[in-house]
Ligand binder design. Structure first.
Ligand SMILES: [Zn+2]
Length: 104
């Protein structure tokens, strides 16, 4: 499934949050339609939190704090869920990582 910049029309990878040509933030894309992938860069452990934050537009640090807090309070349930997500969420392809724009 291809996505296009609403300003300049450049085709973007599903994981893109910003246009690689004009830098416009990608908006109006249904979060559920965007691929959930574990990014190769910016990950702390396996990239599960980074992938969730990027896919749904959440704040990465907030996701990590909530994940760690939930893991400590849930008696291991969230830890198991993290491992399941590690296995279940595919890793980002190398080409998508290369096309991803650097941090602003
Ligand atoms: Zn653009």
């Amino acid at each position: 499934m291809a996505f296009y910049c609403h300003r300049c029309g450049t085709e973007l990878p599903p994981s893109a949050r910003f246009c690689s040509s004009c830098g416009t933030a990608v908006v109006g894309t249904p979060a559920a339609a965007r691929a959930l992938l574990r990014p190769r860069e910016g990950r702390a452990i396996a990239g599960v939190c980074a992938g969730l934050a990027r896919t749904y537009g959440w704040d990465l640090n907030l996701v990590r704090v909530l994940a760690v807090t939930a893991a400590l309070l849930s008696g291991g349930v969230v830890g198991v869920a993290y491992l399941a997500a590690w296995v279940g969420i595919p890793e980002e392809p190398l080409s998508a990582s290369a096309a991803y724009p650097p941090k602003l």
